[in-house]
Design a protein around this ligand. Structure first.
Ligand code: HEM
Length: 155
């Protein structure tokens, strides 16, 4: 099933609405991940070494959260254009290697997906519809599949 222009529009429109508030959205996204899977905290070196320091004080949290959002948006655009996710090859290789190194497993991608969808739902409640959820799911799933494929090669 192809990804339609309407689906791309849903993803990009909601991201545009969230973008001005990336700081708090990034934090909520991470809190949700750790709520679902507390053990995932151990994977992030800057959290592992942080002792009891509050999560809010880690600027790196924002970087990962924003990467996931932005890359899912790019994935939506690529899916609509070509029916396939084509993260630049070098970028995909690096993503495969870094996630293997961090000890990320398939199940974590599901956790991150749930946290992503919950975060968007809570950030843009007026826009949220089953169609918007499905569009983000598809964009994320295809991106995650491309990263997982590269992780297999890197393992
Ligand atoms: C690192 C994106 C899913 C945990 C990174 C980096 C990016 C990224 C861009 C920076 C390093 C690099 O560029 O190679 C994504 C995207 C994801 C995703 C787009 C989903 C589609 C996950 C999942 C987990 C995870 C499911 C596990 C909970 C990590 C960790 C690092 C990392 C631990 C290393 C952080 C560090 O050492 O500073 N990710 N990621 N990521 N990611 Fe992800």
């Amino acid at each position: 099933m192809g990804f339609s222009e309407a689906q791309e529009e849903l993803v990009l429109r909601s991201w545009k609405a969230m973008k001005k508030d990336t700081e708090s959205i990034a934090l909520k996204f991470f809190f949700r991940i750790f709520e679902i899977a507390p053990g995932a905290k151990q994977m992030f070196p800057f959290l592992r070494d942080a002792g009891d320091a509050p999560l809010e004080s880690h600027p790196k949290l924002k970087t990962h959260a924003v990467s996931v959002f932005v890359m899912a948006c790019e994935s939506a655009t690529q899916l609509r254009n070509t029916g396939d996710v084509k993260v630049r090859e070098a970028a995909l290789k690096r993503l495969g290697a870094s996630h293997v190194k961090a000890g990320v497993e398939d199940a974590h991608f599901e956790v991150v997906k749930t946290a992503l969808l919950d975060t968007i739902r809570d950030a843009v409640p007026d826009m949220w519809t089953p169609e918007m959820k499905a569009a983000w799911e598809e964009a994320y799933d295809q991106l995650a599949a491309a990263i997982k494929e590269e992780m297999k090669k890197a393992a």
